[in-house]
Design a protein around this ligand. Structure first.
Ligand code: C2O
Ligand code: CU
Ligand code: CU
Length: 505
């Protein structure tokens, strides 16, 4: 990508540390502090939570000094919200962060100029069908000492969502600092499937970080101190629920493992060692129609996977969760047999495919790369349009549209739309040079169906290099202003994000 990396003091080599000396931490479950009237005038009283964003120091490995992090509610990841479909919740998000940032702000990025306060935050519930005033619009940031209370109606099917920072121009730094957490929605239909639950349901938040030898976070910078932004940040240290190389004692039975790729830019390609099957039962927006058995699971930043792993065969042994050559964590399987009721259901929850004929509009939207002559770095854009330009995508409420995402770049970009869920129609290679020179879309092969583990509802889709990815999107929910963007946070912070507006007329 033609960017240079500044020589800095070498980061800590995580492989110099002892493995599997810390137990896997499990997120604490958020508890309401009160019940308050829902703002939707239903008169119903709903749980009210209060979460503070605050700096903390936490040991991410037994043999490292405590690391400074920014947390929701005192832990990274933050407390997990355990909610029910159709039952709204109110959350007050209080910004009690320090006045100074500890990661390298690039003031040349739009929205992060020197006249903006250094520390700003706003929370977005990723995957939430949230009214626009509570969606965490990137420009709705607020400073330390302030708070906002957002209403999440939960008028949507069960899924593993996540909340994270979305402040314009510094979102990559705020999330890197630790501002992310999980939010689960459940319902009776899902309960009736009797999937592994309670202590047999384990959430895993994956994220990669670079650490200095003293255990502090290190975020990469360009050689230009005026423009420290880098096009992507990959770390060598993989934190699982905030720990490096943790272990988890498991019984010799099935577990439901719910995984979030919370990394800034890394794509995980997960496998087990020994090479046991994983049964994927759900994706970003809930259950798949049927389990999909796999040995490798690819997860782009922002994507989630709901997976069942049966440890019964591995009684008395240890197993590793890997991503390519990286070791992420260890499962220690008990040697005693663990009785359990029932098998994994053969069917889960129907996901009727949306007919293309339902779409009233097809939008062709490009993913572009352009060389910034000033910084000599590659910038990414959506539809060649920077953030501040007038809104161009204005779908009608309750209409269905097809978005053809034409990736002219050499990278995979995970594209995410706020508020809605969608289905992936297909992917097709095309001649990008011909498109760029003549504006002509010439395909180079047949349309490829989505992977079998993508046949559920999605909110983030991998748009492969030099490929057109088509998604079909029912704009059901709330009218108002939202955003869509690449979920590689470095891209998102540097113009690979656009507003869109759901219209009532
Ligand atoms: Cu994960 Cu704009 O969000
Ligand atoms: Cu989102
Ligand atoms: Cu991108």
């Amino acid at each position: 990508m033609g960017h240079r990396v500044a020589p800095t003091t070498p980061n800590l080599d995580p492989n110099s540390l002892a493995r599997f000396v810390d137990p896997l931490p499990l997120p604490i479950i958020a508890q309401p502090v009160d019940y308050r009237p829902a703002p939707d005038h239903s008169g119903e009283r709903v749980p009210f939570y209060r979460v503070t964003m605050q700096a903390i120091r936490r040991k991410i490995h037994r043999d490292l000094p405590a690391t400074t992090l920014w947390s929701y509610g005192g832990s990274v990841p933050g407390p997990m919200f355990d909610t029910r479909s159709g039952q709204g919740v109110l959350i007050e998000w209080a910004n009690e962060l320090p006045a100074r940032h500890f990661l390298p702000i690039d003031h040349s990025l739009h929205g992060a100029e020197r006249d903006k306060p250094e520390v700003r935050a706003v929370v977005h519930l990723h995957g939430g069908k949230t009214p626009p005033e509570g969606d965490g619009y990137p420009e709705d940031w607020y400073v330390p000492g302030q708070s906002r209370t957002y209403y999440y109606p939960n008028q949507q099917e069960p899924a593993l969502l996540w909340y994270h920072d979305h402040a314009m121009g510094i979102n990559r730094l705020n999330i890197y600092a630790g501002l992310l957490g999980l939010y689960v929605i459940r319902d009776a239909v899902e309960d009736a499937l009797h999937l592994p639950s309670g202590k047999y349901e384990v959430p895993l938040v994956l994220m990669d970080r670079d650490l200095r030898p003293d255990g502090q976070l290190s975020y990469p910078v360009s050689p230009d101190p005026e423009r420290p932004w880098v096009p992507e940040a990959f770390g060598e240290a993989h934190l699982i629920n905030g720990k490096l190389f943790p272990y988890l004692d498991v019984e010799a039975r099935k577990y439901r493992i719910r995984i979030l790729n919370g990394a800034n830019g890394r794509f995980y390609r997960l496998s087990l060692s020994p090479n046991l099957d994983m049964h994927q039962i759900g994706t970003d927006q809930g259950l798949l129609p049927a389990p999909v058995t796999m040995k490798h699971l690819q997860l782009a930043p922002g994507e989630r996977a709901d997976v069942v792993i049966d440890f019964a065969e591995l009684r008395g042994t240890n197993m590793l969760l890997m991503s390519e050559a990286f070791t992420l964590m260890q499962f220690r399987v008990a040697s005693t047999p663990a009785p359990e009721e029932g098998n994994l259901p053969a069917t889960l929850r129907p996901v009727p495919r949306i007919a293309e004929s339902q779409a009233i509009l097809t939008r062709r939207l490009t993913l572009d790369e352009q060389l910034n002559m000033v910084s000599e770095s590659m910038g990414m854009l959506l539809n060649k349009t920077p953030w501040h330009m007038p809104i161009t995508e204005k779908p009608k409420l309750n209409s269905v549209e097809i978005w053809e995402l034409v990736n002219l770049t050499d990278d995979v970009h995970p594209i995410h739309l706020h508020m809605v869920r969608f289905q992936i129609l297909d992917r097709r290679r095309f001649d990008a040079f011909e498109y760029m020179t003549k504006g002509n879309l010439r395909f180079l092969g047949p349309a490829m169906a989505p992977e079998s583990n993508e046949l559920g509802w999605k909110d983030t889709a991998r748009v492969n290099a030099k490929t057109v990815t088509r998604i079909i999107v029912p704009f059901v929910g709330y009218p108002g202003r939202y955003v869509w963007h690449c979920h590689i946070l470095e891209h998102e912070d540097n113009e690979m994000m656009r507003p869109y507006e759901v219209m009532t007329t």
